[in-house]
Write a protein that binds this ligand. Structure first.
Ligand code: PHE
Ligand code: CO
Length: 293
């Protein structure tokens, strides 16, 4: 039997520690790791979980999430059931030329980067179990859709995501994926933005988390440090707790412009700094650094 066009159960990388196999069924995936959204397989309980997550999260966006996110979240459609990816893609293509594509779960870095570079955002199609309501170890459809997709309706952020994908393909060849992953972590997943009304969240990891959304903006403990690309790339991050440091951008244009130059010399310089001064712990503030409170 031919398996052409399908991956043969190739397991994607698991991020973080441990060798726990990823949760999705990868035999469903095509060679590029995308798969059909198995919409008819969602149960009433799955839809109910989505509706409850969506409702809880939208209720607390005001004053905590950035305006661009709040304006676009309705593009996901009504929360009564898990949306059809195709319906969102139809609206998204018109807005910024992006599409969303289903995936069985976490996928390897190279596959992820090439999808982003082609303006395709991979969305995990399964949803967490009711007992994982507050915390799920791997990204599920709620995190991927609710957290990531609204900002893809913003033209500048949409361009940043594509540039990140192209940059990732280059970083693979330069053996710099770990440094680049820190940029993704501290912007796309856990970024904060300074607005005239105060700090707001734009990172998907924050926006899809009930507890961290409030924590990242209101709690006195974490450090909120002005965005600085090379400094950020030297900074470790926490994968199993709320972040000890957040990086704050002034605008999506600032983020796009700061990351537009060729990173080849940036990686060299950052590696050099790490070799001499070491990495920076999450939660550390360096002398003279601009922080927000
Ligand atoms: N300018 C980066 C490079 O040359 C590409 C990039 C853009 C990476 C935006 C991340 C985010 O690698
Ligand atoms: Co994410």
């Amino acid at each position: 039997m031919s398996l052409k066009g399908r991956n043969q159960g190739v397991a994607p990388v698991t991020y973080g520690e441990g060798s726990r196999p990823p949760r999705g069924d990868y035999t469903r995936a095509h060679a590029d790791y995308t798969c059909e959204q198995a919409w008819s397989e969602y149960t009433p309980s799955d839809h109910d979980t989505y509706r409850r997550l969506y409702t809880r999260q939208t209720q607390q966006l005001s004053g905590l999430a950035c305006e661009e996110f709040i304006a676009a979240v309705q593009q996901l459609g009504a929360p009564e059931h898990i949306p059809h990816f195709d319906a969102i893609s139809e609206r998204l293509v018109k807005a910024t030329g992006w599409q969303i594509v289903g995936v069985p779960g976490l996928i390897p870095e190279e596959a992820f980067f090439s999808l982003l570079a082609a303006r395709k955002f991979p969305v995990t199609d399964w949803i967490r179990k009711p007992e994982e309501f507050d915390y799920v170890v791997e990204p599920d459809v709620f995190h991927d859709l609710f957290g990531h997709v609204p900002l893809l309706f913003n033209p500048v952020f949409a361009d940043y995501m594509q540039a990140y994908g192209a940059g990732g393909m280059k970083a693979s060849h330069l053996d710099a994926c770990e440094l680049l992953a820190r940029l993704y972590w501290y912007t796309v997943e856990f970024g904060l933005i300074a607005t005239p009304a105060g700090l707001r969240a734009y990172g998907a990891g924050i926006l899809s988390s009930s507890g961290e959304l409030r924590y990242s903006i209101r709690n006195r403990t974490p450090k909120r440090i002005a965005f600085d690309l090379k400094r950020l790339m030297r900074t470790k991050y926490k994968i199993d707790s709320y972040q000890a440091s957040y990086f704050v951008i002034d605008s999506f244009a600032q983020l796009f412009e700061a990351t537009a130059p060729d990173f080849t010399p940036v990686y060299r310089e950052v590696r050099d700094r790490i070799a001499h001064g070491g990495e920076i712990d999450a939660g550390a503030v360096l002398p003279g650094e601009r922080t927000f409170n």
